[in-house]
Design a protein around this ligand. Structure first.
Ligand code: PRP
Ligand code: URA
Length: 205
């Protein structure tokens, strides 16, 4: 399974802002947005395009336009923080929502909401800032496959090796795009060195 880790000084800069415990709500949101922009560019690199004839003010030329409509699936709640960047970038994008919450004691993810557009034969991209044990992403990817998605990829801001390995085992063909790959999970399944609870820091809960 291909793992793509963004390698860019600006991504490291914004990741450090996210990680810093003293970063306040507003700056956290801005840094998350910037990192999502990098991820959106990388995760859409493989989209199909097609030639289109246009006239510039000077002459006729063969341009290019997107020939594939993908479905973006944010995992609620924290994944919502990445959604706007993708919606702004992608023409005619469809959005599916899946709510997943980890149990505080066991870190087991359970689904509490699901609303998906037609997926038959379409490519889906799951977005969630944190890939920790991989339980939330695994459940959502499974659901998208069952709904007929032709391919599913995953974009996250921060990944743990445990989550990457889990997805690799379950779905060897899924591509993971992340802005950083951290060391390990702690006993409570939080990513180390990590950035804490993304949803809480993004929404101030
Ligand atoms: C966080 C995060 C992921 C999940 C990752 O969500 O946004 O969805 O944990 O952990 P996993 O890989 O071990 O499943 P959380 O359950 O805290 O809910 P929230 O988005 O509502 O904050
Ligand atoms: N979810 C988070 O928000 N942070 C972690 O470190 C792990 C899961």
């Amino acid at each position: 399974m291909p793992l793509h880790v963004i390698d860019h000084p600006l991504a490291r800069h914004y990741m450090t802002i996210l990680r810093d415990r003293d970063t306040q709500h507003q700056d956290f949101r801005v840094a998350a947005d910037r990192l999502t922009q990098f991820l959106a560019i990388e995760a859409t690199r493989g989209l199909a395009d097609e030639g289109v004839k246009i006239k510039t003010p000077l002459e006729t030329m063969e341009g290019s336009r997107l020939a594939e409509k993908i479905v973006i699936v944010p995992i609620l709640r924290a994944g919502l923080g990445m959604l706007q960047v993708f919606v702004d970038l992608l023409p005619e994008v469809a959005v599916g929502y899946v709510g997943m919450e980890r149990d505080a004691a066991t870190a087991e993810a359970a689904s509490y909401y699901c609303k998906l557009p037609p997926l038959e034969g379409r490519r889906a991209l799951v977005i969630d800032p944190m890939l920790a044990t991989g339980g939330s992403a695994e459940a959502v990817i499974e659901r998208l496959h069952q709904s007929g998605a032709s391919a599913v990829d995953m974009a996250c801001i921060l990944a743990a090796p445990e989550g990457v390995e889990r997805l690799e085992k379950s779905f060897p063909e899924v591509q993971i795009f992340t802005a950083a790959l951290d060391r390990e999970l702690n006993a409570k399944a939080y990513i180390l060195p990590g950035l804490g609870d993304f949803g809480d820091r993004l929404y101030g809960t």
